[in-house]
Design a binder for this molecule. Structure first.
Ligand SMILES: Cc1cc2nc3c(=O)[nH]c(=O)nc-3n(C[C@H](O)[C@H](O)[C@H](O)COP(=O)(O)OP(=O)(O)OC[C@H]3O[C@@H](n4cnc5c(N)ncnc54)[C@H](O)[C@@H]3O)c2cc1C
Length: 821
């Protein structure tokens, strides 16, 4: 029988969920000295997904931040009483493409100290003698991978938390979350209601695993996760393992081409995988999670038919699987997100944090997740770039459960597939379309998708004007078309017309808007009406949190244009720092405006005759005019380095404006172009892209954006940059973003490749591509500041060190004469 709980009246932080996630956050809050923490679970600790985890801890993930978090986990697990076995992990490559993937990963790992080795099939078999090496071409081996006991880990984490003052209450169901909504537009969490009473709290953390969406709804926050059934089997013991010092461990083994993984379990094996036919679980008729209220400490029915392919495959790689008895098939639910990465951070409700959606790598991630979350809660921001895991990457379109389900299904079912650069996901498309979408579709657009938007990558019809001989080698040439070069050249030589309606557009208004923006932007943005400023917003470490242009449209109205995927993130950053006295209003107006860019030497000839007034308002200025029959806000800006305008009109006029521009451009040879051509041109001009070239981990000085920064300080992050009254000149940065030009134009860097100087790896490519005007393969990378212009470097492209040179930038039109023409 469960006795009533005597809960405290208040706590600074209340964590909901006593799985490995909640436990780790509690542990790290205690480590950082926060004693006023309460951890609640509606049942026993670990009784959600944690108790039935297979316990593998693999560290290799798709990005440096994610992998670093897993490395943090391993460092922590080594110190805890959790049956940690550091047995190493093997990942096999059985196709030429997989071999290339492994080579890329091994090269990339060198750039941040992950000890990933490339090994032969023979070496893999030595390490995992039960394996049949048929078809294996090579493998990677990570000696520091391992496995552990999930329940022991959770208990050890909770013990650490308790020792640091955390109070833990099991069998305490949270039934509601209290919000303080006295400040319009700034809701804040202020407590939780439980079956045993209320606890007042400044911060509430939703670490509810697959229940996290349900808990989020109590606060009016959408947590886009879907519970999926996930299976693995356990065999009877069948081999001698030795004991004590003589105990030899099998490494974990993953064979992604066969969709399977293994780890030892005493003298037996644990084997699981990712089924091609996924099984979302406990969804209601609207596809919303509806987990039974008594689902704790429980598993699902064995589902052998769905596991059959995995079971068959396992015997191909480990033939003994055909002979040994399976003792259990574990089928348990787990929360998956629509992109298979964690869902972390502070939500739109102040003080309401989420740490959920661990996508079957929650054990591996928990140590790192706990640290990041504790920092975020106590310092207001994490100490590293966690954009790929940030809850803000999920825009409002993920409020739809059916859309979330479609995306989550696709990523689950293709979990082990190689994701080639430029590969586009298909589920749930088309969702968000621009006013000119029908025109693009009729004209053979190859669409890509970003944040639910259909965006033109290129038009197939332009391929004939391009040059097939320029196709990059290897992966970079897979999702590629000669049209990209044609659209690039057409823009540089004549004019290009681009649909950028998906750009996120934010409005900051009110009597306090100018003062506020001056406090959070590193550039001077409160200039005269009509002025456009390129700026960043920095975090307290001086890292680049947002990067965009701001137009002062009216005395008290500023318009921000930022990347398609960053609107939600930037808006929430702005809201978080905006005054709450009603003097500043913030709104996302993306859908209200279509945006078409007309760039190129003929842009003026095209636009002038159909404009109601002159275009002489100058570079980085805004003009209000009519184009044909359409009222337009014209911004004289460029992201390709050519003369031109971004033309904004209310969306209902969009189709008409596009047609008017297209018609007017015909006699001047205008070409309609897509994002891939834009990317090639922006590389030639050295324009940075947030989340690739610049992130919260880099300062504007490191990124070569010092020209934006007000040297007298007075904005957020200035102190970290050494700016402000009496602080003298800032320290020169220790590393800088450099432009590298590769000797072989067909070898194109895709991002993450190591860069070495005199045989020593000193950096990693942030973004790369081919410049069709400069006719060079271009890569950007952070390198130590001592690496001077003209230094010869090498970039590892699929196992081949390609020579290059650190080169002055921009490569194209360094004086900016074409832009200002
Ligand atoms: C079959 C299977 C195999 C797996 N294998 C691995 C593996 O090998 N390696 C790996 O890294 N990961 C693995 N995972 C994933 C891993 O188990 C999960 O990512 C992890 O356990 C999730 O932890 P959590 O803390 O987010 O959630 P949970 O463990 O589910 O904890 C959430 C807790 O919140 C509590 N709760 C919910 N609602 C309320 C409420 N209203 N009030 C109070 N408490 C509430 C629940 O009772 C629960 O205890 C596997 C998962 C499955 C299903």
């Amino acid at each position: 029988m469960v006795r009533p709980r005597e809960l405290p009246d208040r706590a600074r932080v209340v964590i909901i969920g006593g799985g490995v996630g909640g436990a780790s956050i509690a542990h790290h809050l205690a480590t950082l000295g926060e004693r006023d923490v309460v951890l609640l679970d509606r049942n026993e600790l670990t009784s959600g997904s944690t108790f039935h985890s297979a316990g593998l801890v693999g560290q290799l993930r798709s990005s440096v931040s994610l992998t670093r978090m897993m490395m943090d986990s391993v460092e922590l697990y080594r110190t805890l009483d959790c049956s940690w076995v550091e047995c190493g992990g093997i990942r096999l490559a059985c196709t030429p493409e997989r071999e290339q993937e492994v080579m890329r990963q091994v090269a990339w790992a060198k750039t941040f100290g992950l000890p990933l080795e490339l090994i032969t099939p023979e070496r893999a078999a030595e390490l995992f003698p039960l394996m049949d090496t048929a078809g294996v071409r090579c493998a990677s081996y990570l000696p520091s991978d391992g496995y552990l006991d999930p329940s022991l880990l959770t208990t050890a984490l909770v013990d650490g938390a308790r020792a640091g003052g955390c109070r833990v209450f099991t069998h305490t169901l949270v039934t509601a979350i209290d919000l303080d909504e006295t400040v319009p537009g700034h809701p804040r969490v202020c407590g939780v209601q439980t079956e045993w009473g209320r606890i007042e709290a400044e911060v509430v953390v939703d670490a509810g695993g697959m229940f996290a969406a349900e808990i989020g709804r109590m606060a009016g926050v959408r947590v886009p996760i879907v519970p999926f059934a996930h299976e693995y089997l356990v065999t009877q013991p069948f081999r001698e393992t030795g004991s004590g010092a003589g105990r030899v461990h099998l490494p974990t083994l993953r064979d992604p081409d066969l969709l399977i993984y293994f780890r030892e379990e005493g003298g037996g094996l644990v084997m699981g995988g990712y089924e091609r036919d996924s099984a979302p679980w406990a969804l209601d008729e609207r596809d919303l999670d509806a987990i039974p209220p008594d689902f704790n400490g429980r598993l699902l029915e064995e589902d052998w038919p769905r596991f059959e392919e995995i079971a068959r495959n396992s015997a191909k790689r480990v033939p003994v699987m055909d002979e040994i008895t399976v003792t259990r098939l574990i089928n348990g639910p787990e929360a998956f997100t629509p992109d298979n990465e964690f869902c972390l951070g502070e939500s739109e409700v102040g003080g309401f944090f989420v740490a959920a959606g661990f996508c079957a790598h929650g054990l591996a991630g928990a140590g790192g997740i706990g640290r990041v979350m504790a920092e975020w809660i106590l310092d207001g921001e994490p100490s590293m770039d966690v954009w790929e895991m940030d809850i803000r990457r999920f825009g409002p379109h993920f409020r739809s459960p059916s859309y979330t389900l479609k995306r989550a299904r696709e990523v689950y079912e293709t979990y082990y597939d190689i994701r080639y650069p430029g590969h586009e996901r298909q589920a749930g498309r088309p969702l968000r379309t621009s006013s000119a979408y029908p025109w693009h579709a009729e004209h053979g657009a190859a669409f890509g998708e970003k944040s639910g938007w259909e965006r033109v990558n290129w038009y197939e019809g332009n391929a004939g004007e391009g040059d097939e001989a320029l196709r990059p080698r290897g992966w970079a040439g897979m999702h590629w078309s000669p049209a990209i070069g044609a659209e690039h050249r057409g823009t540089r030589e004549r004019a290009g017309l681009f649909d950028e309606s998906s750009f996120a557009k934010l409005e900051i208004s009110g009597p306090g808007a100018a003062t506020f923006l001056e406090q959070v932007c590193d550039n001077r943005v409160a200039r005269e009406v009509g002025a456009i400023t390129y700026t960043q917003m920095l975090n307290r470490r001086g890292g680049i949190e947002c990067d965009f242009t701001v137009t002062r449209v009216e005395e008290e109205l500023f318009s921000i244009v930022t990347g398609t995927a960053f609107g939600n993130h930037d808006l929430s950053w702005i809201r978080r720092h905006a005054p709450t006295d009603g003097s500043v209003r913030c709104a996302d107006v993306t859908a209200r405006w279509s945006c078409f860019a007309l760039w190129g030497p003929r842009a003026r000839d095209i636009l002038e005759p159909i404009s109601s007034s002159g275009l002489d308002f100058g570079y980085m200025r805004m003009g209000e005019l009519a184009v044909g029959d359409v009222p337009v806000r014209a911004l004289r800006v460029t992201f390709v380095g050519e003369l031109g305008w971004e033309l904004y009109c209310p969306s209902e006029y969009g189709a008409g404006l596009w047609r008017a521009l297209w018609r007017a451009g015909a006699e001047h040879g205008v070409i309609a172009g897509g994002y891939r051509a834009i990317d090639s041109m922006r590389l030639e001009k050295g324009y940075r892209v947030w989340a690739a070239d610049i992130t919260p981990d880099e300062t504007p000085f490191e990124a070569g954006l010092g020209f934006c920064v007000r040297k007298d300080g007075g904005f957020m992050g200035a102190e970290a940059l050494g700016l402000g009254e009496g602080s003298g000149a800032p320290e020169p940065p220790a590393r800088r973003l450099r432009c590298v030009v590769l000797e072989d134009p067909r070898s194109v860097a895709l991002g993450n490749e190591p860069v070495r100087v005199d045989g020593e790896v000193l950096g990693r490519v942030t973004s790369g591509g081919y410049g069709y005007t400069v006719e060079r393969s271009i890569a950007y990378a952070y390198l130590p500041s001592e690496v001077a212009l003209g230094t010869l470097v090498e970039v590892d492209i699929f196992g081949r060190w390609v020579s290059g040179e650190v080169t002055a930038e921009p490569l194209y039109d360094p004086k900016g004469e074409r832009v200002k023409d």
